[in-house]
Design a protein around this ligand. Sequence first.
Ligand code: S2G
Ligand code: ZN
Length: 478
Amino acid sequence: MDAPTSTAVIEGLRAIVGEKACIEAPGDMQPFATDYRKLYHGKALAVVLPASTQEVAGVVALCAAHKVPVVPQGGNTSLMGGAVPDASGRAVILNLRRMNKVLEVDTVNDTLTLQAGVTLQAARAAAEDASRLFPLRIGSEGSCQIGGNLSTNAGGTAVLRYGNMRDLTLGIEAVLPDGRIFSSLRGLRKDNTGYDLKQLFIGSEGTLGIITAAVLKLMPLPRATAVALVAVQSPHAAVQLLTEAKRIAGQAVTAFELISAPALALVLESMPQLRSPLADAHGWMVLIELSSGGEPGSLDATLLSVLEEGMAQGLVLDAAVAASGADAQNFWRIREEISDAQTREGGSIKCDISIPLSKIADFIAEASAAVLALAPDARMVIYGHMGDGNVHFNPLKPKGASSAQFLEANYARVSHAVDGLAHRQNGSISAEHGVGVAKRDDLSAYKSEVELELMWQIKRALDPDNLLNPAKVLPQAA
Ligand code: S2G
Ligand code: ZN
């Protein structure tokens, strides 16, 4: 970009958001231009922190006029490099953190209206203050923002009961690539007046529009919960136990998270203050949570029935039932620390796959064998949302090995082996974390030509100059 253009853009940005909200010093910009996993180190022309939808629209229109790319960013917790620019230094990062107002909590309509920069933690707190539940639950809730949760259609550990962001959202407001404002901030559970346009923007990772506000569903606050960490015979046994849990506890089944022995070992090694509540080591465990609006304690007997049935069928080897809220928090802490423990350890190959639940146990066996044939000493860190047919199948470098060498030698061939198996089972190579940059080129192998053409047709219709979050999600133009 020539100097006059960049000067005009910078001056224009300052005029729209104010000098203090326009960051230009390279050192100050770097944290915004580096992704969560520190794998992508981009460069930006400027970082702007708009305070309103109108300011977002002004910034986008200015950049569109000068053909300057814009990278929308919330908490910058994307695991796929989806919220940082490339290294050209041409793009403007538009960070939404100043747009952090809860606009309305309606406990009759059971809706929460808020700006995109509200963190998930603050959204859940606002719901709880009104004796309601906003059920999205992910480990990064303190830093991820609702706008980012929407743009990646976030899932987390309660999808089994409540669904993901697509299911939890009634309306959104978004700024389009030309600066127009699309608003459907209506809290309606039924509205059949044409295309459901909000669903275009949810999950599009900021490539079709910048989500600036949303109307989210609120659920009744559970009064009864029952949690257990259960040692199971195998992934097959885990799937059968889930079937029994659904038969016995029905809708109360809220979470069913698989944890492999290496995943548990990784957490306990990196956080000595945490202890497994199980007496012995086991190859496979599941964290089960039941919840309902019934009287506190009213699910304890139900959970015991599930465990007794599991024992009777030889599915369950041992179980620790949370005796208090503190216990339950501890069990969940073990599960939620797996992600950061991988980051601390380094050398993690992340395969975020989903396949039909009926096939997931065979997939785990086949994929494990395929990986061990390629990297015999890899640690099989396998965990996550088995209830949704989604596991984080993340082979990890051998203890003490060099992360760089392990990833260099194995990342491509191991992830292709695992993703290829999932694909052949008619599964997804990115169930939860989206595509970003990390999985973008893989889509060519895993999406049909028609799917890629359709996505490009939609992208070109809304963003003909390809300025909004360019080079994310879609592989080179079909
Ligand atoms: C989880 C976090 C990301 C990862 O913990 O459920 O979505 O794979 C993951 O480390
Ligand atoms: Zn997950």
